[in-house]
Design a protein around this ligand. Structure first.
Ligand code: PLP
Length: 377
C-alpha cells in the first residue's frame, strides 16, 4: 500500500531535540539526562524519540514497562534503559537477557534478579526506589540503609541509583515538593553516616527540573517537556523559568466532504447540534476511534485556512463535523489542524486538554494507533 491516510500525527524531531537542549540549559554540566520515552514516547513513537534523544545528548532512556525496554534492544538501541515502573519476578529473566535496568524496592525481587543474572553470567543494574510522597512504588526511607546492606550480599546485582518521584512539583505551593526533596536528602545522609557508598541519585520530572534546582541531583528525568508542553494541571503555577519549548506533535487531517445545510438542520448522533443559520458543514475523517475524545463534542475548534472553525455535533468513531460557514474559499481536501499551527493561528495540546478536563499527557498518549506518525526534521 503506497497511499497514506489523510489523518496524520506530524512529529517534528528537530523540535524534540531543541526541547532537550532547553532542558540541558537549566542543568549543571555534570547532571545526566534520562529522556522519558514511555507509552510509545508519549504517543510520538518510542524508537524515533529515543534515537533523537540520544543524538541530542541524553544519557539514559526511561520507560515504564519491560516490553518498552525490549523494543529498544530489538530496535538496535544499546544505551542504558531504566524500567522505572518495576517488574514482576517472572520478568527478571528477560530483563537480564536484554541488559535493562529496573526499579527495585523489595528484597525478594532483588534476590530473583541476582539469581537470574548469575545464571546468565551477567550483572543486573537496579535503581532503588524510595517513597517520599507518591504512595505508589518504593520503600519507606528508614528501610533504605538496611536494604542497601542486604543487597551488598547479592553478587550479581549492581546498585546504579537511588530515586524517588515527585507528586506535586507543578503546583504553585512548593511545600510538599520541598518535603519530598528533604526526605530524599535524609536518605542519602543516612547512608553516608553508615559508610555505605552512595550511587547516582535522581528525582526530578519536568516540573521539578523547571521549578526546583535542588531536585536535579545527579540525573533528571524529563518527559512531557521534551514533547513541548509543560502539561500543567489545574493547580499549576507558571514555572519560574521561561523555557521556549516547541510543540513536537501536530494532529492534522483534511476535509473529506462539504455540505450546504439550511438553518434548523440537526447534525450527528442524537442531534446534539442544530444549525442556527444556513451553514457550510464539513466532514473530516477522524473520530474517537483515532483517540479524539468524545467529550470534546461541541467543545473544540480546529484550524482551516489559518482560521478557527468550531466542531459541531457529536464526535463519531470515524467522522467528525466542523462548521466552515465563515471560512472564505473553503474546499474539499483543505488541511484541518486539530492541534498545531496553521498560518498565524495555533491550537495547543493544552487547550484541547483543558477543554475536556484532562492534561496534555493524556491527549498525546491517546492519539490512536490508526493515526500514522509522519516524521519531519
Ligand atoms: C513519567 C515519569 C517521569 C517524567 O515525568 P514528566 O512529568 O513527563 O516530565 C519521570 N519519572 C518517572 C518515574 C515517571 O514515571
Amino acid at each position: 500500500m503506497t497511499t497514506q491516510r489523510a489523518t496524520i500525527a506530524e512529529i517534528d524531531l528537530t523540535a524534540f531535540k531543541h526541547n532537550l537542549g532547553r532542558i540541558r540549559s537549566l542543568l549543571e554540566p555534570q547532571v545526566k539526562i534520562m529522556a522519558v520515552v514511555k507509552a510509545d514516547g508519549y504517543g510520538h513513537g518510542a524508537l524515533p524519540c529515543a534515537s533523537a534523544a540520544l543524538e541530542a545528548g541524553a544519557d539514559w532512556l526511561g520507560v515504564a514497562i519491560l516490553d518498552e525496554g525490549v523494543e529498544f534492544r530489538t530496535g538496535g538501541i544499546d544505551a542504558p534503559v531504566l524500567v522505572m515502573g518495576g517488574i514482576f519476578p517472572g520478568e527478571a529473566k528477560d530483563l537480564v537477557h536484554y541488559n535493562l535496568s529496573t526499579s527495585v524496592s523489595d528484597f525478594s525481587l532483588a534476590q530473583e534478579l541476582s539469581r537470574q543474572a548469575g545464571q546468565q553470567g551477567k550483572t543486573v543494574g537496579v535503581h532503588i526506589k524510595i517513597d517520599t510522597g507518591m504512595g505508589r512504588l518504593g520503600m519507606p526511607l528508614e528501610d533504605l540503609p538496611g536494604f542497601m546492606e542486604q543487597v551488598q550480599s547479592l553478587k550479581s546485582l549492581r546498585v546504579e541509583g537511588i530515586f524517588t518521584h515527585l507528586s506535586s512539583a507543578d503546583e504553585a505551593d512548593p511545600e510538599f515538593t520541598l518535603r519530598q526533596l528533604s526526605l530524599l536528602g535524609k536518605s542519602v545522609d543516612s547512608l553516608k553516616l553508615k559508610g555505605i557508598p552512595v550511587p547516582m541519585i535522581h528525582a526530578a520530572n519536568s516540573a521539578g527540573i523547571l521549578s526546583f534546582p535542588d531536585s536535579h541531583w545527579d540525573m533528571v528525568r524529563p518527559g512531557i517537556s521534551l514533547y513541548g508542553t509543560l502539561g500543567l494541571s489545574g493547580k499549576s503555577s507558571n514555572p519560574k523559568t521561561p523555557l521556549e519549548l516547541k510543540p513536537v506533535m501536530q494532529w492534522k487531517t483534511k476535509i473529506l466532504k462539504i455540505r450546504k445545510l439550511p438553518k434548523g438542520t440537526p447534525l450527528s448522533y442524537n442531534r446534539q447540534f442544530t444549525t442556527e443559520r444556513d451553514s457550510l458543514i464539513a466532514t473530516i475523517p477522524v473520530g474517537y476511534g483515532d483517540g479524539l475524545n468524545r467529550a470534546l463534542s461541541n467543545n473544540m475548534d480546529v484550524l482551516v485556512r489559518g482560521q478557527r472553525a468550531p466542531q459541531v455535533g457529536t464526535i463519531c468513531m470515524d467522522l467528525t463535523l466542523i462548521d466552515v460557514t465563515d471560512i472564505q474559499g473553503v474546499q474539499c481536501e483543505d488541511e484541518v489542524v486539530l492541534f498545531g499551527q496553521q498560518g498565524s493561528e495555533a491550537i495547543t495540546v493544552d487547550e484541547m486538554a483543558e477543554r475536556c478536563g484532562t492534561i496534555s499527557y493524556e491527549i498525546l498518549c491517546n492519539v490512536g494507533k490508526r493515526v500514522p506518525r509522519v516524521y519531519v526534521g
